[in-house]
Design a protein around this ligand. Structure first.
Ligand code: HEC
Ligand code: HEC
Ligand code: HEC
Ligand code: HEC
Ligand code: HEC
Length: 329
């Protein structure tokens, strides 16, 4: 396997330097140790180059504690401190991050622990879970009013994230949460070319969703019901966007015209003059769950049932009533 990867890095270097590839260099396939000769490796590398994994923010790659997810080389070796890194430049989330060291181990193990759940069976997607999680489990009594990290996907997807209200039994769309290879199943399909897509986007809806949702044309699949109570049953992502708007209005109403902002890993609640104020637990609960769902980036698709319930119950905890006119899940 290591030998395969040595070969691949040579091959990538050849492609990147613009030299003609030498004859029939076989392309190694990560994971199974076999080699495929039919992959258009420069097309694969080109997809990665255009992705955000190749275009990282430098600031978090320069900090202890952050570098392990924000620098691909540090992730492969699981280095959490700058001082342990023997180079003076940064490495994006590159081939080595995912295909050597820790990344390779995770794909082979298929099991991963995240702050909100231990030993999740995630197939090759275990790799994605290791970085795309909210970094710490939530706690309603947290006086710092910590925010979930920008990468809240794993907690939403597994329905283990978020702050819950007592006495409500939250569900999960298990058909989504248990797809083979989890994140990789939808984000790296072979739909548009004959290799696993390295755009990391859901770039072929039929390949990602068509097996279960016949004739699906867009990820914004028509919802089963009117979840935000605006009198119309629209695309599911629009229903979730509607719920996010309602919840934000309800949070701002509690602040009498103030605002909420993210800063220093916290959710900051401010009054009209911009001063930070203390809020009741229900306001924090609602703001935490609002942030979790917004930052996840899928507008509920990762776990439709859980997300609708989380937002509807947050609204109820804050206002004392169900979302008016909505179908309550
Ligand atoms: C080593 C950590 C790491 C791993 C492993 C990782 N990612 Fe990422 N990912 C990141 C970071 C960091 C960013 C944001 C880059 C930036 O903007 O600085 C990102 C960005 C993304 C984006 C773009 C998000 C946007 O807002 O544009 C997608 C989609 C994504 N990752 C999916 C995946 C998938 C799917 C996997 C597993 C195959 C994966 N990632 C594995 C760290 C990782
Ligand atoms: C567990 C892995 C992990 C750790 C540790 C981590 N991050 Fe991140 N961070 C991510 C991922 C993954 C993303 C991309 C999320 C997305 O785009 O959906 C991200 C996104 C960000 C963004 C937003 C980037 C953008 O494109 O807008 C900032 C800012 C950031 N992180 C700062 C930090 C800082 C500062 C620290 C340390 C205090 C830190 N991160 C630690 C995984 C991590
Ligand atoms: C059932 C298919 C499916 C699975 C499984 C899945 N996703 Fe997604 N993901 C989506 C869809 C659909 C979107 C929304 C894309 C859009 O609106 O264009 C999305 C959005 C995202 C985004 C935001 C993309 C952006 O450009 O802003 C990130 C990051 C992401 N997913 C990461 C993950 C991670 C990490 C996992 C595993 C924990 C995962 N996804 C599992 C379907 C899936
Ligand atoms: C964010 C993680 C990530 C990054 C970065 C990444 N890959 Fe991958 N790659 C994967 C995953 C996941 C698979 C699918 C593995 C599987 O199912 O066995 C894969 C599959 C592959 C395959 C096999 C494709 C197929 O369909 O058989 C090749 C070749 C490959 N990657 C090369 C590269 C190269 C070269 C780079 C750097 C330009 C790279 N990868 C960057 C995660 C990543
Ligand atoms: C393995 C099968 C499977 C795959 C793949 C799959 N889904 Fe689903 N999806 C389901 C099932 C089953 C449900 C639950 C239906 C229910 O709630 O009764 C569901 C529910 C949904 C819902 C919620 C509808 C509502 O109003 O409650 C949306 C939206 C959705 N899926 C979109 C997608 C998208 C977009 C993709 C691809 C990115 C996808 N699904 C991939 C099986 C799947």
């Amino acid at each position: 396997m290591l030998i395969c990867f040595g070969l691949m890095i040579v091959l990538v270097a050849v492609v990147a330097s613009g030299c003609p590839p030498r004859g029939a260099q076989p392309t190694p396939v990560p994971g199974d140790g076999q080699q495929r000769e039919d992959i258009d490796i420069s097309a694969l590398v080109g997809q990665w180059v255009d992705s955000n994994h190749a275009n990282i923010l430098l600031l978090p790659a320069q900090r202890d504690g952050c570098v392990v997810c924000h620098d691909g080389g540090a992730f492969a070796e699981q280095l959490t401190e700058q001082a342990a890194i023997e180079r003076d430049f940064f490495i994006s989330i590159d081939c080595r991050a995912c295909h050597t060291g820790r990344g390779q181990e995770l794909m082979e193990a298929g099991t991963v622990s995240i702050p909100t759940a231990e030993n999740v069976q995630a197939g090759t997607g275990a790799l994605c879970f290791a970085c795309h999680n909210e970094r710490r489990a939530p706690n309603i009594a947290d006086e710092n009013r910590s925010a979930p990290h920008f990468s809240s996907q794993a907690g939403v997807y597994t329905a283990t994230g978020g702050i819950r209200v007592e006495g409500f039994d939250y569900g999960s769309t298990t058909a989504h949460a248990q797809v083979e290879n989890t994140c990789v199943r939808c984000h790296m399909t072979e739909g548009n070319q004959d290799f696993a897509s390295h755009t990391f986007q859901v770039d072929n809806v039929a390949a990602a969703c068509g097996q279960c949702h016949e004739n699906i044309q867009t990820v914004n699949l028509t919802a089963k019901n009117d979840y935000d109570g605006d009198g119309e049953t629209k695309g599911f992502q629009e229903e979730v966007a509607g719920l996010l708007d309602l919840l934000e209005e309800a949070i701002l109403a509690e602040l009498d015209g103030g605002s909420i902002e993210l800063g220093g890993g916290q959710i900051q609640f401010k009054d009209t003059s911009g001063e930070i104020v203390q809020v009741e637990d229900e306001v924090y609960l609602a703001a935490y769950n609002h942030t979790l769902v917004s930052q996840d980036g899928s507008l509920g698709v990762h776990n439709p049932m859980f997300v609708v319930q989380l937002l509807q119950q947050s609204y109820k905890a804050l206002t004392g009533e169900d979302v008016p006119g909505a179908e309550i899940r």
